[in-house]
Design a protein around this ligand. Sequence first.
Ligand code: PMP
Length: 467
Amino acid sequence: EMPECGHRPAAYEGSSYEQILKTRRDHLTPNLLAHFKKPLVIHTGHMQWLYDHEGRRYLDMFGGIVTVSVGHCHPKVNQALSEQTAKLWHTTNIYMHPKIHEYAERLVAKFPGKLKSVCFVNSGSEANDLAMLMARLHTGNQDILSFRNAYHGMSPYTMGLTAHSTWRFPLPGVNNGLVHVMNPDPYQGIWGGSACRDSPVQTTRDCQCREGCQAGDAYYNELEETFKYSLPRGKVAAMFAESIQGVGGTVQFPKGYLKRAAALVRANGGIFVADEVQTGFGRTGDHFWGFEGHDYVPDIVTMAKGIGNGFPLAAVVTTPEIAASLGQALHFNTYGGNPMASAVGIAVLDVIEEEQLQRNSLEVGTYFLKGLAELQQRFEIVGDVRGKGLMIGVELVGNREKRTPLATPHVLEIWEKCKDLGVLFGRGGLHGNVLRIKPPMCINRADAKFAVDVLARAITESLPKNS
Ligand code: PMP
């Protein structure tokens, strides 16, 4: 059936498919993400569905990179935005606007303890840049730690924090004051792989539930060593961590690790920053924020993506004491949290609450993981199935024992076949061999089953000539 707010384009509005590809080739900068062999041109969307230039329908399991949290063109969010556009688009932070204040109240109410000060910005990179600045001003220290597989943004500062080799440019000074610590990855990490092999089913889901697992201890000891010997200027300002690594391939950390890491950072005079750009707003199902699943409270939380369902909006939430550090100079951005963005942000919070999307994330996510775990039993190439709520990763391997990444052409074949069969997955991980499932949180069990069936078929059809 056709969507309410979308429509099947009978003829192109604007350019033809071929013209669009030509423009991309001739006039768009070539840094865009690798796309399908037969690229997709999306015209409309409705909730968990996207429609291409021929009106073909796709189940969107990537949600515009974990961004479309409540559904494409969600009627309530659309309405809130259009009502606001009729009243006022923009004003400057020099003046007050009721929507911004209403939104600030609503957002900080979602946080525990002293996390009650918010600064609105426009993207995840900007939020993390600001968090780096706050941490350095507040502590008076310069060194900042992040994980080797982390993704925190593409601005000059955050490009340094993002340590994933795919995303690095040879920019002078990019590493100034930064330390990249061993990634506590229970599946592909240096210690993870071997320490977790005692689990009956080789999956990091099991590893997750064990407090004090050997791998967790090994990574923690390494972190302690870093503090003793490897800080560039000897004094830590902050450590950044995603609550579950997103771009890095849905990597979950050993239980207890982040809590211990946060305590260690604080004992050394620094603060801890939770990057909730992907894991916030109910996505992990069990909690509203990913850090709550790690049983600690960070000093700064950065958020973007799902906060605005696709509208450019991001935020940094911190304590009044840390926020006060910004008073040392004027810090300014033009658009952050403007009336339109705030109207969208409020509507997104309303929809998550009214439609109980966090609960849905947990319920459908758990069902989804079960279906994928069955695929893991059936197919050798499904090496690991992990995640929680609707933040799921399926790691494809060439050799299950050795956990070697599946060869890229084979991964791409499966990924594109899924697209041709009507399901869009994301990809990530150090070798691009992790299928990422992070759909709008409104999906249901039938959607999850469809996606699992399509993946099974794509794997089956890709096997004979590859194995
Ligand atoms: N942090 C995380 C965890 C992210 O996944 C991303 C984007 N992929 C960012 C920060 C940067 O956000 P943006 O692209 O909005 O700058």
